[in-house]
Write a protein that binds this ligand. Structure first.
Ligand code: AMP
Ligand code: MG
Length: 361
């Protein structure tokens, strides 16, 4: 079904109140509104309206057993969407919200089963973005929102990415420029003790452990190394972020010396070039000159960011994955990164996006 999509440009810090009011009306009336958050763009609907929520799944072509995150604007709303929260959880959330952290908690009766894929828990987040907060506030209801991309594609970090995937399928797109972090929120399951990391994100798990004063378990699937346990994290089993171009991830066991990594990538590039294939390399700023020196113009080099600032790598990652398909290449090689801080989120996304993983000793 094709519908008219309106696009509104707003200032990320102080969005026009009247524009947000118009968008809030769409949410209240059961429409679909794409809005920016500090992580990625979200595809939002009234979390209390099962028919509106169903439209999210149809438009995204998202499997119905993959639950959505419910976005709230204040703690009053938290008590509407969850059934109970222990004091230690409340104390923790007060410290981390608003921010790029999603908490899985027991759900209240007000949240329809369509949102949670029939689970008795709900994933909740209070985002740190003036546009998102204002939209939720003015709507007067919590907003259920997954990332605003077609399922399986890299998440959108600009309105242009949203247009590529969802033009003519949603009521409104609110454009507030590029998102800040560029990868989706960190998700932790707080219904378990110790809590379990379900998805790494911008909020580093090391920092969360410190704030919580408790251990947080990191299962293999949260590192992107294995299929997710369906009972624990229903949506994580699906392949994600996949560019159409084949992507080979080259990892190291230890990142103190990068020479084995660059050597392997140069070898793979040479091998493919000799077969007549067009090659791109997704690299860190530290190693890019090595590829330039050895391969010159025979490979396209895309710099993701610096290993010393993994936030820069995270921010550029999804754009780079989307752009791969526009580079007119046959195969891409990507460097692995150390799984420290936001590096854990980067590696989770890269492992899920890649068609093959090579680990160099
Ligand atoms: P997305 O909206 O695309 O960022 O994906 C949200 C992810 O949150 C899903 O893929 C689920 O894995 C996870 N999630 C949402 N609700 C729950 C829940 N109740 N329990 C466990 N994981 C959840
Ligand atoms: Mg998503």
């Amino acid at each position: 079904m094709v519908k008219t999509t309106k696009i509104f440009k707003v200032n990320a810090e102080s969005p026009n109140e009247e524009v947000i009011e118009v968008c809030a009306r769409y949410i209240r009336e059961g429409g679909l509104v794409v809005f920016p958050t500090e992580t990625v763009y979200g595809l939002g609907a009234n979390a209390y309206n099962p028919n509106a929520v169903k439209k999210i799944f149809i438009v995204k072509q998202r499997p119905m057993d993959n639950p959505l995150i419910v976005h709230i604007a204040g703690f009053k709303q938290l008590y509407e969407v969850v059934s109970s929260i222990p004091a230690w959880v409340k104390d923790f959330l007060v410290k981390v919200w608003p921010g790029p952290l999603t908490a899985v908690l027991p759900k209240s009766k007000r949240i329809p089963g369509e949102v949670t894929a029939g689970l008795d828990t709900v994933a909740v987040r209070m985002p740190l973005h003036p546009v998102a907060l204002k939209l939720i506030e003015k709507s007067g209801v919590p907003i259920a929102a997954p990332s605003a991309n077609i399922s399986g594609r890299p998440s959108p970090t600009t309105a242009q990415h949203v247009i590529e995937d969802l033009w003519g399928k949603v009521d409104v797109i609110i454009d507030a420029g590029e998102t800040i972090f560029g990868v989706e929120s960190t998700i932790i399951d707080l219904t378990r003790e110790p809590p379990v990391l379900l998805r790494p994100g911008p909020y580093p798990v090391e920092k969360l452990r410190e704030i919580l004063g408790k251990n947080i378990i990191i299962p293999e699937f949260a590192r992107g190394l294995s299929e997710a346990d369906k009972a624990l994290s229903p949506g994580m089993k699906y392949r994600h972020y996949a560019p159409r171009t084949p992507l080979i991830l080259v990892e190291l066991k230890d990142y103190t010396d990068l020479s084995a990594l660059t050597l392997k990538i140069i070898e793979l590039a040479e091998e493919n070039i000799s077969k007549g294939k067009r090659v791109a390399i997704l690299s860190s700023s530290e190693t890019a000159k090595m590829y330039l020196k050895h391969l010159g113009k025979r490979a396209k080099i895309v710099v993701l960011g610096s290993r010393n600032n993994m936030y820069s790598v995270a921010k550029n990652l999804f754009k780079a994955l989307r752009d791969l398909d526009k580079l007119n290449i046959d195969i891409a090689l990507v460097e692995g990164f150390e799984e420290k801080g936001v590096g854990l989120a980067v590696m989770n996304r890269l492992r899920k996006a890649s068609t093959k993983i090579i680990v160099v000793d």
